[in-house]
Design a protein around this ligand. Sequence first.
Ligand code: ZN
Length: 190
Amino acid sequence: MTVHPITITGEPVLHRRAQPVETFDAALRTLIADMFETMDEANGVGLAAPQIGVGLRLFVYGMENDDGVPPRGVLVNPTIVTTKVPGSEPDPEDDAEGCLSVPGESFPLARAGWARVTGFDGDGAPVDFEATGWFARCMQHEYDHLDGKLFVDRLNDRYLRKARRSIRNNAWGVPGLTWMPGVDPDPFGH
Ligand code: ZN
C-alpha cells in the first residue's frame, strides 16, 4: 500500500466530473487500499479519488456515526439523495467544514442533515444506507468531489470572499500543487 500526495485546489482533476468505475478488479482494490492509507496518514475522515489525482467516482470515509453504518467504508459509483439544505446562515463553529485539498482552512457551510447513499463496495456488492448529522455532511462533501465540486464552491458570499482570499494568499488555485501526508506538517494540526 502507498500513501499518495494530496492534490490542492487548482489541480484540474479536482474541478471536473470524475468518470464511473467500470471494472471491480485488483487495480481497484489496490487504489482503495491506497486511499484508506492516505486518508489515515492525513488524519482525514474522508478522501475522494480525485484528491490523489485519480478521476474516478469513488471515495473512502472513516467516521463514527449514529446511523448503524460501519465506521470505515468505501463507496464506488455512489448516488446521494438529501433533505433540503437549510437556507439559514451557517453557524461559524457548528458548521465549520474543512477539506484536505484546501489544507488547514475551514469555513462555515450549511449542509443537509440527512442523506441516503447508495453505491458499491470494492467487490461490486451493493451498499445502501442513511446518514445523519456530521456523517451526512461527510457524505455530501465526498460526493461533491466526484462532481468536481469543493466545499468552498458552495460557500455563501461572505465566506466565499474569505476563502478566495486565503486561496490567493496561499498561492493555490493553480495546477500541480500537492502536499504529502506524514511528510509535510499536518495542515489541520492533528
Ligand atoms: Zn474534501
